[in-house]
Design a protein around this ligand. Structure first.
Ligand code: PMP
Length: 363
């Protein structure tokens, strides 16, 4: 019964599907719906993948991801036994739920937070305690108060999807201290930093240091967004060895494939690509937000690679945009029926989207 109660995940519509549905040329369609990197992935990753494909063997991937973990461990200044690799960071959310939740337990998360927190909690038959959002973001005081006797896991997305909001480092740290002071290690906190690379340097928190201080903390990161590897599916979690050990007990042995392990390792080193991604995103965010202001639309100031904008009848506007070959993301399922979430694309894609939106709203 609890599985039947799950409202399924709705992925962004693929370009080919829209082309078929509306008889459009796929080349003319733009997709700003899944927070992907509009630059694709780095040329160095592409070259490494081509070489790896040429040398592809018939064996399973390294079940422990030794090489990738070594690079990540060096990057974060921890040992490899502090790292869990995932098939995307989604996998890690599932692993935390699998390891920590069960019927008779509960998880706390925020309204308008990443939908998989609810899905993975429901899949375990655990209670999900959704805490109303404040200014579209997490209300940490209310989340602290919502922790019940049976709560084992709290999910925080920072920055958050689909709202693009951000919690400052001191606020998150104070929350971690309060959870620990009140509940000890009975309650784990999963801090999902999928969009960390898009933060301005002064906004970025030292979450690796928090992992050293808090034995109940799991920090997750992904290669899907700024690193441009969404299609390869790879992410990782940082946590102290005891908690990492629990995640690994429920992890599929070969959850990260051969090519993803290679690509992630090379991507981590390509700081030029990351810098270009960051700069392109910053400029695109200004372009979209200025465009929304010019159209008189409210938007939530974004700390990510997408912007949440209030368009009124979002279902109608979305339908009209689709007819014009523009795919964005409706978020009614996240409790936001008047908003659309628009991923930041290349400058010309952002411009085309804004033109289409203007035509729909004023046409
Ligand atoms: N966390 C957040 C907040 C996200 O927005 C996403 C992607 N939509 C993920 C996790 C999962 O991404 P992936 O599995 O590709 O790492």
């Amino acid at each position: 019964a609890h599985i039947r109660a799950i409202a399924p995940y709705q992925a962004g519509k693929p370009i080919e599907e829209l082309a078929r549905e509306y008889g459009l040329d796929p080349e003319g369609i733009i997709k700003l719906a899944s927070n992907e990197n509009p630059l694709g992935c780095s040329d160095r990753v592409r070259a490494a993948l081509a070489e790896a494909a040429g040398a592809l063997h018939g064996r399973y991937p390294d079940a422990n991801g030794f090489d990738l973990k070594e690079v990540l461990a060096a990057r974060h200044g921890v040992q490899a036994n502090w790292i869990t690799l995932g098939n995307g960071s989604n996998d890690l959310l599932e692993l935390a739920s699998l390891a920590l939740l069960d019927e008779g337990t509960s998880a706390v998360y925020a309204q308008h937070a990443f939908v998989v927190y609810r899905l993975s909690t429901q899949a375990r038959g655990a209670r999900h305690l959704m805490v109303p959002a404040r200014d579209y973001g997490h209300d940490l005081d209310a989340m602290l108060a919502a922790i019940a006797d049976d709560t084992r896991l709290v999910f925080i997305a920072n920055p958050n999807n689909p709202t693009g909001t951000h919690l400052s480092g001191p606020r998150v740290r104070a929350f971690l201290e309060s959870v620990r002071a009140r509940h000890g290690d009975r309650v784990a906190v999963l801090l999902d930093e999928a969009y960390d690379e898009y933060l301005d340097p002064e906004e970025r928190a030292d979450s690796t240091q928090w992992v050293r201080e808090f034995p109940n903390l799991i920090v997750t990161r992904t290669f899907s967004k700024a690193y441009g590897l969404a299609g390869l599916r790879v992410g990782y979690a940082l946590a102290q060895p005891a908690l990492t050990d629990l995640l690994n007990r429920v992890r599929q042995p070969f959850n990260v494939n051969v090519l993803a392990q290679i690509a992630a390792r090379v991507a981590l080193d390509d700081t030029d690509f990351l810098a270009r991604t960051y700069a392109l995103n910053r400029a695109g965010r200004v372009q979209l937000q200025d465009g929304f202001a010019a159209l008189g639309l409210d938007f939530v100031p974004s700390h990510t690679n997408f912007v949440l904008v209030r368009v009124g009848d979002a279902a109608r506007v979305n339908g009209e945009l689709l007819r014009r070959g523009v795919i964005v993301r409706p978020v009614a399922g996240d409790g936001l029926p008047e908003h659309l979430r628009v991923s930041i694309g290349l400058p010309e894609e952002n411009a085309r989207f804004l033109d289409a939106l203007k035509a729909v709203l004023q046409g």
